[in-house]
Design a binder for this molecule. Structure first.
Ligand SMILES: Nc1ncnc2c1ncn2[C@@H]1O[C@H](COP(=O)(O)OP(=O)(O)OP(=O)(O)O)[C@@H](O)[C@H]1O
Length: 334
């Protein structure tokens, strides 16, 4: 695929200007965003994700530096030109009454339609295609103000697709969605970036999902600014670990997942492999017991992934066999 640098940020500063105040949210951002990639922006509440997306969408002025879109400074584009270049999906509730989901999605065509916004057959086919890509055929004739937050979010994504822009920015597109819908939307955005060579840049708090699906991750942090890379590189170079370590969350290299930092009161040797091993280990960690293969202890637990048997060896007694995590925890009096 022909990945291209569609957005170039040079010494960019973002923030807010009020009458006699200048509030810088982030400064000296030097970075590129590529077509054919899904890029996810991760960072704590209030760190500046929305501010960055709004600045890149030209909804608010930058404080300093340069934003180049397809090789030209953002300020050189007219509003109409930008509307055929960038589609924006915000999380804010819209105050739309008396409009069906299909009509709202049709507004995505407004950069291409005449003054009255009348859709021709091509426009209608594009709207239908957007509806089917997001799989919301059953919502199309519903009135927008009757939709749930998650349903409306999908409609807004379909509207951005109908706009057929090479760049799409989304501010927390998965915020209101249930877990299967979060996965579905992220996979859809990833697929779109690949199939249509679009540049898709979104902010999210769904870090596990972002780490599994995104091509590139931007980590924004007060201490170390912006770090950018593939999820794997950010993992290997320690940026992910340090990013979350500061927040009482640690990256567990054995499971490849994040977990909340527990204080361990005991430790025990755990023997076995596979899902059974991982689940027993998870349950013990959750109960304040550090359990791995590498611990030397006289008491130990052995699991069989084939028979699902958990054998507990305690105080040199005969092993006790149990077959569920609940019984294991009862036996260990946890
Ligand atoms: N209109 C405004 N005027 C002044 N400061 C603002 C304005 N809007 C936001 N801010 C401040 O800018 C900073 C960044 O806010 P922003 O909304 O970009 O964060 P965010 O990373 O998107 O947060 P969240 O994850 O909570 O959505 C915050 O300190 C916020 O209070």
């Amino acid at each position: 695929m022909n990945k291209q640098k569609t957005i170039e940020l040079k010494k960019l500063s973002i923030g807010y200007l009020t009458k006699n105040n200048r509030k810088t949210v982030a400064s000296d951002i030097n970075a590129d965003i590529f077509s054919g990639e899904l890029t996810c922006l991760l960072g704590a509440n209030g760190i500046g994700k929305s501010t960055l997306l709004r600045t890149l969408s030209a909804f608010q002025p930058k404080l300093d530096g340069k934003i180049n879109i397809q090789g030209k400074e953002i300020e050189t584009y007219s509003e109409k030109q930008l509307s055929t270049l960038i589609g924006v999906v915000l999380t804010e509730k819209c105050d739309i009454k008396n409009m069906s989901a299909r009509e709202l999605i049709g507004l995505g065509r407004s950069p291409y339609t005449g003054f009255w916004g009348t859709l021709n057959n091509t426009d209608k086919a594009i709207v239908d295609n957007a509806i089917s890509m997001v799989k919301i055929e059953d919502l199309a004739s519903r009135m927008v103000h009757t939709l749930s937050d998650g349903e409306r979010q999908k409609v807004m994504i379909a509207k951005a697709l109908a706009q057929e822009t090479p760049i799409i920015f989304l501010d927390e597109p998965t915020a209101f969605l249930d877990f299967p819908s979060k996965v579905e939307i992220m996979q859809l955005l990833h697929r779109l970036s690949r199939q249509t060579n679009k540049t898709i840049f979104l902010s999210t708090h769904d870090l596990e999902l972002a780490l599994q699906i995104a091509d590139k991750i931007w980590l924004i942090d007060k201490q170390s600014g912006i770090n950018i890379g593939t999820p794997e590189d950010l993992s290997l170079n320690g940026h992910l670990t340090s990013f979350f370590a500061r927040k009482g969350i640690i990256f567990d290299e054995e499971t490849g997942l994040f977990r909340i930092e527990n204080t361990y009161t005991k430790q025990i040797k755990l023997i076995g492999h596979g899902q059974m091993y991982s689940m027993v280990r998870k349950a013990l960690l959750r109960n304040g017991i550090l359990a791995t293969r590498n611990i030397e202890s006289t008491d130990y637990i052995e699991v069989s992934n084939d028979t699902k048997e958990i054998r507990i060896f305690q105080s040199a007694q005969k092993a006790t066999s149990v077959y569920s995590i609940a019984t294991l925890l009862d036996t260990l009096k946890l």
